[in-house]
Design a protein around this ligand. Structure first.
Ligand code: KIV
Length: 272
């Protein structure tokens, strides 16, 4: 169902909280460009995440580490120009917030000022506490991200499920509580056992958005290109593909190529 203009109510952090409070699930998807963001916004997605997964999906890098602050701002401003309803969150890229809270604040302010986004997301718990406090003190809404945190891939070594052992699960719960106490408006939990995600979502009052974290959380996020079947190789268990755009697009483009070769395009009606 597409959203009619008269029905449009802009999503805020308060509305996301109200959604959790009344038990309405939150939908969140990634967006990196104007055209896709318009489609997602019209389709009624509540939160658009300008994810640093743009590093993989848009630029073809193996990890999220290479994407820069300037590149994130470019993607974010394209998304913001398209959006009429959704809340737009931007990932702070690797190296723009860890270890130096003044630099973290500078990076967050650049994102908010130059892109017009509504909030930022960063990966980690107690180790980035100072950066979170500093950013929140400037009035910037902060979304946390725990569990599998792809910016730390070289520390983890793999993209497998996190927090299966008690020690890591306890640290995740402590971090989630800390993020809530600091004032984060929501937390993404990535690739952790469903039972742990359920525990966090029921213990915390802020919205918990899962990716590979099972159904017992307050909302779900996926990478749009995975959901639409544009990316083909990535097949984690948690992913549901709602379309097979890779094949549909390949077919359309090869038909175009054939028509050009066969002199079938353009025809008389398609010429001036
Ligand atoms: O960058 C991203 O796409 C993300 C989601 C996987 C949550 O952080």
């Amino acid at each position: 169902m597409s959203v009619q203009k008269k029905d449009i109510k802009i999503i805020t952090t308060h509305q996301l909280q109200a959604m959790k409070d009344r038990g309405e699930k939150i939908s969140m998807l990634t967006a990196y460009d104007y055209s896709m963001a318009s489609i997602l916004d019209d389709a009624g997605v509540d939160v658009l995440l300008v994810g640093d997964s743009a590093s993989n999906v848009m630029a073809g890098h193996e990890t999220t580490l290479p994407i820069t602050l300037d590149q994130m701002i470019y993607h974010a401003s394209s998304v913001v120009r398209a959006v009429r309803r959704a809340f737009v969150v931007v990932d702070m890229p690797f190296g723009s917030y860890q270890g130096n809270s003044s630099e973290a604040l500078r990076s967050a302010i650049r994102i908010m000022k130059e892109s017009g986004a509504h909030g930022i997301k960063l990966e980690g718990g107690s180790e980035i506490k100072d950066s979170i406090i500093r950013i929140l003190s400037a009035g910037v809404p902060v979304m946390g991200h725990l569990g599998l945190t792809p910016q730390s891939i070289y520390k983890f070594g793999t993209y497998t499920v996190r927090a299966k052992e008690e020690e890591e699960a306890n640290k995740l719960i402590e971090d989630a509580i800390l993020l809530q106490e600091l004032g984060c408006f929501a937390i993404v939990l990535e690739k952790i056992p469903s039972s742990l995600a359920q525990r966090v979502a029921s213990q915390l009052h802020i919205p918990i958005i899962g990716i590979g974290a099972g159904p017992h959380v307050d909302g779900q996020v996926l990478v749009t290109h995975d959901l639409l079947g544009i990316t083909k190789e990535f097949k984690p268990r948690f992913l549901r593909r709602y379309a097979d755009l890779h094949d549909i697009m390949t077919n359309a483009v090869s038909n175009y190529v054939q028509d050009v070769k066969d002199r079938n395009f353009p025809n008389e009606d398609e010429a001036y």
